[in-house]
Design a binder for this molecule. Structure first.
Ligand SMILES: O=C(CO)[C@@H](O)[C@H](O)COP(=O)(O)O
Ligand SMILES: [Fe+2]
Length: 225
C-alpha cells in the first residue's frame, strides 16, 4: 500500500480543532485523534462528545487511538459514531477479539495498538481480526517525545508476520515520527505514519505532510517489502 499520513491533533490548538483539521485536509489521509483517560496513560485529552463534534466538521476520516483503561466498553461507541478507524490497546483490552469484531461490525477499521515494550509475536493469531497494527514508537501519553529506535526491529518483525500471512493489515507507527525518523520507519515496513509535533509544530503543516509523504514513498520503494 502507498504510505499514508495521519497527523495527530494532539499537537494542534485544542481551542480551534475544526480549523486545525481544515489546515491539513488537502494533504493528509487521516486525522489521528488521541483519546487519553488519565488511567491507561498519565494524561487526559478528549472523549466521545468531542469526537462526535469533530465528525460533523472533518472532511478527513478520523483515526481514533484509544489510550483508555476500558476500551471494550468504549471502542464500539466511537465506531458507531462514525470514526473510520478505531484502535484499542492490547495492554488494556480484556476481550480484544469481541471488541475488534464489534468495531468491524459497526463499519470501522479495527486497530490493535501495542506499547514499545510489548512484543508482537504474541498477537500473531489476531492478525486476521484486525485492519491495522499500531506500534507505539514512544511511551504513550504525550506528544513531542523522542522516537524510540529500539522499536524498529519490532516494526520489521511485524511486517514479516503480516507478509507471511498475506494479510491486508496496515502497519502504523506512532510517536516521534518526523523528517529525521520516517525513512527508518518506512524502511522497516511501516505504511501509516502518525505525526503530531512534526506537522502541527511546522510553519506550514500541509507542506510538512507533503515532505513526510515524499520521504516515506522513497524509503518504501527502496525497501521493496
Ligand atoms: O499516541 C500518541 C502519544 O501517546 C501520539 O499519537 C502522539 O500524539 C504523536 O505525537 P508526536 O510524537 O508525533 O509529537
Ligand atoms: Fe496516537
Amino acid at each position: 500500500m502507498a504510505p499514508q499520513i495521519s497527523p495527530s491533533i494532539l499537537s494542534a490548538d485544542f481551542a480551534r480543532l475544526a480549523e486545525e483539521i481544515a489546515r491539513i485536509s488537502g494533504s493528509a489521509d487521516w486525522v489521528h485523534v488521541d483519546v487519553m483517560d488519565n488511567h491507561f496513560v498519565p494524561n487526559l485529552t478528549l472523549g466521545l462528545p468531542v469526537v462526535q463534534a469533530l465528525l460533523d466538521h472533518s472532511p478527513l476520516p478520523l483515526d481514533c487511538h484509544l489510550m483508555i483503561e476500558d476500551p471494550d466498553r468504549w471502542a464500539p461507541e466511537y465506531a458507531e459514531a462514525g470514526a473510520k478507524s478505531v484502535t484499542i490497546h492490547a495492554e488494556a483490552a480484556k476481550a480484544p477479539i469481541r471488541t475488534l469484531r464489534t468495531i468491524r461490525a459497526a463499519g470501522a477499521r479495527a486497530g490493535l495498538g501495542v506499547n514499545p515494550a510489548t512484543p508482537v509475536d504474541g498477537f500473531e493469531d489476531l492478525l486476521g481480526e484486525i485492519d491495522m497494527l499500531l506500534l507505539m514508537t514512544v511511551e504513550p501519553g504525550f506528544g513531542g517525545q523522542k522516537f524510540l529506535d529500539v522499536v524498529l526491529p519490532k516494526v520489521r518483525r511485524a511486517r514479516e508476520l503480516i507478509k507471511g500471512r498475506d494479510l491486508p493489515v496496515w502497519l502504523q507507527v506512532d510517536g516521534g515520527v518526523s523528517a529525521e525518523t520516517i525513512e527508518r520507519c518506512a524502511g522497516a515496513g511501516a505504511d501509516v505514519f502518525v505525526a503530531g509535533s512534526a506537522v502541527y509544530g511546522a510553519d506550514d503543516p500541509a507542506e510538512a505532510i507533503r515532505n513526510l509523504r515524499a520521504q516515506a514513498e522513497e524509503a518504501t520503494a527502496k525497501a521493496n517489502w
